[in-house]
Design a protein around this ligand. Sequence first.
Ligand code: SAM
Length: 204
Amino acid sequence: MAKARKRKLPLVTVESSSSNSSTPLSGRTTIRQFHVLSKRRAQLKAGTTNEESVEALAAVEDEITQLGGLETYQRMSAIGQGTDRGGGSEKILIKWLKDFGLHKNRACKLCLLEVGALKPDNYSTCATWIDPTPLDLRSRHPSIIEQDFLQLDVTAHRNKWDILSLSLVLNFVPEPKDRGMFYITTYLLELRLNESRTNAVNCA
Ligand SMILES: C[S@@+](CC[C@H](N)C(=O)[O-])C[C@H]1O[C@@H](n2cnc3c(N)ncnc32)[C@H](O)[C@@H]1O
């Protein structure tokens, strides 16, 4: 007699995917659930393919859909970036750059590649000294380039940016191998901050 297959329990408990409201706790829960499911999906895709793994992958994909997918994840993350919740992490990068005096006496603006940009105007307060290029896997605004950073043509973009922001992006990436690829891609892009710092000093 064929063995009855045990029905697998969902990995996470999805409460509501379509809600626009978010408390800090529900937002964090959705973000955490999305990370758990993405990690499981990546493991299943990387593992051996058999009837059970195909079924498990379909179940995980289904849970991700119920959660609202990347769209909901991004919405919750953007809400978490709101000024009422302490603001986005760009605040920290701006402070670091100012601490280095990079905002002063610039001959030209600092070109910044912002990977994982949820909003198009995170650097609008620094428009006189930062020229940002916002980019994301899924664009939420026409000014945000929809592009997988790991698929960027590094030859075409070499020496184009001074600064690269990967803020809260690496923790999104489930596979260690892909996290490593972020560093390799960054290296291959050959950022030119040293040159810009020299410019900044020369103009002081
Ligand atoms: C937590 S959000 C980023 C939040 C924002 N950068 C901040 O500091 O608050 C992570 C974002 O990274 C994006 N992302 C993940 N992997 C990516 C990749 N390979 N290329 C481009 N964007 C990516 C996701 O689509 C998501 O919008």
